[in-house]
Design a binder for this molecule. Structure first.
Ligand code: ACO
Length: 442
């Protein structure tokens, strides 16, 4: 078979014919349509019919699953959860309502929401023995390192929700993960600063409870600023799900082998940690601090544009959005609200970020590559204003994304077409060769 197969649309409706130019052999593949979005070519029969695989590092053109949860139109800057625009959800819902929507497909009624909030709230405590687990970590461990370990360890504590063939157990595990993640993240922070763990308070809402566990101490009453709680809630909504991103795909891939939900979410946390994904918000703040001053923006962007320099403009660019990330606009507004509440009229980092954004958006390099600010460009500035340390930024993202992860994991387990994820490869290593005994080598 030739290496230069070309794809061409066949005349027949909803099929694509791929022709191997070397042999002239053609194979017709079905085309599938979703409710919205581009059609996809069903290549499942490609190997059996042609003996060839497809090559797509980074899955830039490959749909790995069918999903009904989240839709993104990256060219139009649209993000829908179960059909609802993110702008509407961020404006009218709180995080638990969005979590319910994602997990159960519909927005809750008032009674359904009350029950859901009750159930989530009453799962926020973690097994007391888990508190001792933290002591095995070094004090200076990154909270994400602690979270990978502690979340994976949940499978050693909650044996009654490991049977993935039981929908009830799957739902209990999902509730547990959504409920316990703020406690686990807050405790990772408390451990790193040597403060006692703060237990969840059932009288507090999800975001408020999280901030309370992060900042309260047993020594005095700590009241969470409602503007901060609202900002945190919005941040959680904006990060709740984002279809088949790296960490979600990692959760699905790990889960495809039948692994338990706690292990799968720990895998998602590991993937999220990278600076090209969830670690970007931490990297944005580091970058802004490195630039330091508006007068150095030009010099910094020169390095970003230099092919021989690996520097990237963090918080810019997205695999899917080739237009404004709709979450970035909401995040920028929230950023102004938080700084306003704090009475900060001039925040040097925010001003630097805004100037950097303005200059980049007018620069040919970014225009040609369709690079726009993503959700992480402003989130780090809000987190800093809320008093959240840089190392906790990605942990916070993990708290929010857990809802998306468990939703996607449940969908995958229930999908009748689900198979163990097993990509193929283009092998470019040595061909078969004769073994040489060690005495004859060298
Ligand atoms: N700064 C400078 N150049 C960039 C940037 C950036 N932030 N992002 C992409 N480019 C350039 C690339 O160098 C490449 O240029 P070339 O065509 O001349 O080689 C072109 O734009 C395409 O970039 P790719 O890396 O191929 O795009 P990809 O889709 O693989 O990467 C990613 C997307 C990883 C998000 C990338 O834009 C990036 O690294 N951004 C910075 C990190 C970041 O903010 N990540 C957060 C993503 S959102 C999230 O996870 C919530």
């Amino acid at each position: 078979m030739s290496q230069s197969a070309t794809a061409a649309k066949s005349n027949a409706k909803d099929t694509v014919t791929v022709t191997d130019n070397a042999s002239g052999k053609a194979v017709t593949l079905p085309v599938m349509s979703g409710t919205i979005g581009p059609k996809v070519i069903d290549i499942r029969r490609l190997y059996s019919d042609t003996g060839m695989f497809t090559y797509d590092p980074g899955f830039v053109a490959t749909g790995s699953c069918e999903s009904r949860i989240t839709y993104i139109d990256g060219d139009a800057g649209v993000l829908l959860h179960r059909g609802y625009p993110i702008e509407d959800l961020a404006q009218h819902c709180d995080f638990t309502e969005v979590a319910y929507l994602l997990l159960k497909s519909e927005l809750p009624t008032a009674a359904e929401k009350e029950k859901f909030v009750y159930d989530i709230t009453h799962h926020t405590m973690v097994h007391e023995q888990l508190a001792m687990f933290y002591r095995g970590f070094r004090r200076d461990a990154h909270p994400m390192a602690v979270m990978c370990g502690v979340v994976g360890a949940l499978s050693a504590f909650y044996h009654d929700s490991l049977d993935i063939s039981d929908p009830h157990q799957r739902m209990i595990a999902s509730y547990r993960l959504i409920a316990k993640m703020p406690t686990i993240a807050a405790w990772a922070y408390k451990y790193s600063i040597g403060q006692p763990f703060i237990y969840p308070q059932n009288g507090l809402r999800y975001a408020e409870n999280f901030l309370h566990m992060l900042f309260a101490t047993p020594c005095e009453t700590f009241n969470v600023n409602p503007v901060f709680a609202k900002a945190m809630d919005k941040i959680l909504i904006l990060h709740a799900d984002h279809e088949q991103n790296a960490s979600t795909s990692t959760v699905r891939l790990a889960g495809s082998s039948g692994a338990n939900p706690f292990a799968c979410i720990a895998a998602g946390i590991a993937s999220l940690w990278g600076p090209a994904h969830g670690g970007a918000n931490e990297a944005v703040l580091t970058m802004l601090k490195q630039i330091g001053n508006k007068s150095y923006i030009g010099e910094f962007l020169k390095r970003v544009k230099d092919r021989d320099d690996a520097t990237r403009l963090m918080g810019f660019g997205h695999r899917v959005y080739k237009n404004f990330d709709p979450r970035a606009s909401i995040m920028r507004k929230t950023c102004h609200e938080v700084l306003g509440e704090l009475g900060i009229k001039h925040d040097p980092l925010l001003e630097l970020a805004m100037e950097l954004e303005k200059i980049a958006l007018q620069d040919d390099y970014f225009i040609q590559r369709k690079l726009y600010p993503n959700v992480d460009f402003y989130s780090g500035i809000i987190f800093q204003a809320l008093g959240i340390p840089t190392t906790m930024f990605t942990a916070l993202f993990a708290v929010a994304r857990t809802t998306g992860w468990v939703t996607q994991w449940n969908e995958m387990v229930e999908d009748p077409n689900q198979k163990i994820g097993r990509p193929r490869q283009l092998y470019t290593g040595r061909t078969r060769r004769e073994f040489v005994p060690i005495v004859r080598r060298g």
